[in-house]
Design a protein around this ligand. Structure first.
Ligand code: GLN
Length: 290
C-alpha cells in the first residue's frame, strides 16, 4: 500500500503540471475529502487503502485535466457557509462577496433590518443565503430558472438553516416573473455577463460551468438592460438595485441604471481590485406604470 506522503507527492506533481500554484491546495482538499481527515499530512507514513488510493488518483487526474476542484469536491465555501454544487450550477466566487457586503452596507445605512430582497439568477443560492444569515428578519426571494440549479438552491437553503427563503422558479427576463415579486427594498443579482468574445476564450475549468449562467449576450449586458427595465416597478421608491458585472462593464451598467431612473450609483471594487459591483437608488414610484 502506498503511504499518504508518497501518494500526496504523486498527486501534487500531477496537478502541478497543469497549475503549479494551486497543486498543493488542490491535493490537500482531495485528501481531506476522500480520507475524511482534516489534517491528512499529520500522518504521512499512514498507508492508504488501495481503493481509496485509486479514488484519490482519479480525482487528481481529473483535476490535472482542468476539471474544477469545486465540482470534484461537490461543495464550496462562500461567506463562511457551505454550498453544495456540481455541474449545472455556477461555482460561488469570492468576488461575489463584494456584492453581499454592498447590500449589507445599504441595509445598515438605511436602517433596513427586515428588508424585502429578491436575488435574481440565484444559482446555488449563495447570495440569498449569505443575506438571510446576516439579516434573519429579511424576506428573501431567490429566483432561478434552471431545474438543476434549483435542486442545489433548495438543498443549500435547507442545509444552511435558511429554509424560509422563498424560492421561485422563473425567467427573470419575463414580465410575469417581475410582476409576481413586488414591493422590493433591494433587488440583487449576479446575472450572466460574459460576452461572445469571453465565451470563445473560456478557461478550461469555466467551460465545465453552465453557459446559461455565464453568457450575457454579444456585449454581456443583456440581463442588465432587460432586468433593470422589467423589474424597476417591483422596487419600492427609495429601494435599490445591486448588480455584479464583469471587468470593464461598470460604465455601461451605470448608464443602464441611470437611463432607467436610478440615482446615486455607487461602484465597488472586489478583493482583486476590479470594479465589480454597482448599487443604485430607485426614485420611481412602484406600481405606477413605466
Ligand atoms: N464571474 C464569472 C466568470 O468570470 C462569470 C459569472 C457571471 O457571468 N455572472 O467566469
Amino acid at each position: 500500500m502506498v503511504s499518504r506522503g508518497e501518494l500526496f507527492a504523486e498527486c501534487r506533481d500531477l496537478i502541478a503540471q497543469r497549475d503549479d500554484e494551486t497543486a498543493e491546495f488542490d491535493t490537500t482538499c482531495i485528501f481531506q475529502d476522500l480520507l475524511g481527515d482534516k489534517f491528512p499530512m499529520f500522518a504521512p507514513k499512514e498507508p492508504v487503502p488501495d481503493d481509496k488510493a485509486a479514488e484519490i488518483r482519479d480525482l487528481a487526474k481529473r483535476r490535472s485535466e482542468g476539471y474544477p476542484l469545486q465540482y470534484l469536491l461537490g461543495q464550496w465555501e462562500f461567506w463562511g457557509c457551505n454550498f453544495k454544487i456540481g455541474e449545472g450550477v455556477l461555482i460561488p466566487r469570492p468576488d461575489t462577496e463584494t456584492l453581499v457586503e454592498q447590500v449589507l452596507d445599504i441595509c445598515r445605512r438605511e436602517n433596513l433590518s427586515a428588508p424585502k430582497i429578491a436575488d435574481l439568477c440565484s444559482g446555488s443560492g449563495c447570495i440569498a443565503v449569505a443575506l438571510k444569515k446576516e439579516l434573519p428578519q429579511a424576506e428573501v426571494w431567490a429566483v432561478e430558472l434552471s431545474d438543476t440549479a434549483l435542486g442545489y438552491l433548495r438543498q443549500n437553503t435547507q442545509l444552511n438553516g435558511c429554509g424560509d427563503i422563498h424560492i421561485l422558479k422563473g425567467d427573470v427576463l419575463k414580465s410575469e416573473t417581475a410582476a409576481s415579486v413586488r414591493g422590493l427594498d433591494i433587488l440583487v443579482s449576479n446575472p450572466p455577463y460574459l460576452t461572445s468574445q469571453d465565451m470563445s476564450e473560456l478557461q478550461t475549468e469555466v467551460r465545465h460551468e453552465p453557459a446559461s449562467a455565464l453568457f450575457g449576450g454579444e456585449d454581456g449586458l443583456d440581463f442588465y438592460r432587460a432586468v433593470t427595465e422589467l423589474w424597476k416597478t417591483s422596487i419600492n421608491e427609495g429601494g435599490y438595485i445591486a448588480y455584479e458585472y464583469g471587468m470593464g462593464q461598470h460604465d455601461a451598467v451605470k448608464a443602464i441604471l441611470e437611463k432607467n431612473g436610478f440615482t446615486d450609483v455607487e461602484l465597488r471594487r472586489d478583493g482583486g481590485g476590479i470594479i465589480r459591483t454597482a448599487a443604485a437608488k430607485n426614485i420611481i414610484r412602484s406600481g405606477f406604470g413605466s
